[in-house]
Design a protein around this ligand. Sequence first.
Ligand code: NDP
Length: 300
Amino acid sequence: MTAKIIDGKEFAARVRAKVAQHVSRLKQDHGIIPGLAVVLVGEDPASQVYVRSKGKMTVEVGMKSVEHRLDVETSEADLLALLDQLNNDPEIHGILVQLPLPKHLNEDLIINSISPAKDVDGFHISNVGLLGTGQKSMVPCTPLGCLMMLRDHHGSISGMDAVVIGRSNIVGKPMAQLLLNDSATVTIAHSRTKDLADVVRRADIVVAAVGRPEMVPGDWIKEGATVIDVGINRLDAPEKGEGKTRLVGDVHFASCAERAGAITPVPGGVGPMTIACLLANTVTACCRANGLAEPEGLTA
Ligand code: NDP
């Protein structure tokens, strides 16, 4: 079998177009412009790139983008004061604090100080609890993007065997919860899992969120399974020239694509869906804040 490639770039563009359409309707019918505030503390180069592209895409879909770039030495009290101000700003519907934070700041305290209704990353403990009990919540962007692609490809995933490799709070656990909420039979694998190959071989759906380059080989994949590769790993690529690098996922793409029914590539798979889902969450948060109907197909 040769797998269908699930094109995350194209899918993300469709999600953004849907968001833009809804934003335009909110403006026209209600005079409301959804606003997203992104807070970056320090100068981590990767975080700066993410924040820049988040801001650019927020504006592209017609929303208001506010960026707060704070000094690396910003105190916890000052950051909490800014969050309080944003929590109370009626023009801001989504707040995202770019992680990781500098070590002197308590990440849990900061995240849990964002109003849950504006927590567009879905990391606030209230949103984690709501998702865990199958209630309406803000859903973490990367797993939401994976779920959208799975629903699009399969229609329903009810009754399917799914394995999530990785149990982080930002990807693995919420991903498993979303699959469970859609009635898949879910196994969560991690670094202590015995005979991972055997566990993965039983799965109709494999979501790899490990952070280990090309760790999952093709012969772990059940014939026809759907493979969602969340991993983003940068490897040296001397064949492309001195100092050059290339991105690979957590699955070995070529061999997995030979057995899978469908697979997401890296780059161009899950990655582009993450920011698209951040925008989707912001428009959802804005609708909820104003007591308006939520756009269909943009949330879990
Ligand atoms: P974490 O490092 O927080 O979690 C990794 C998980 O993988 C842990 O649960 C760990 O298990 C598990 N693991 C490690 N080694 C093995 C192994 N040999 N066998 C089985 N499980 C193992 O990573 P994240 O969840 O934050 O990210 C995972 C990947 O996804 C990374 O490559 C990251 O860059 C990427 N990512 C991509 C995003 C996107 O937009 N596409 C967004 C976020 C992340 P244990 O708990 O036992 O240690």
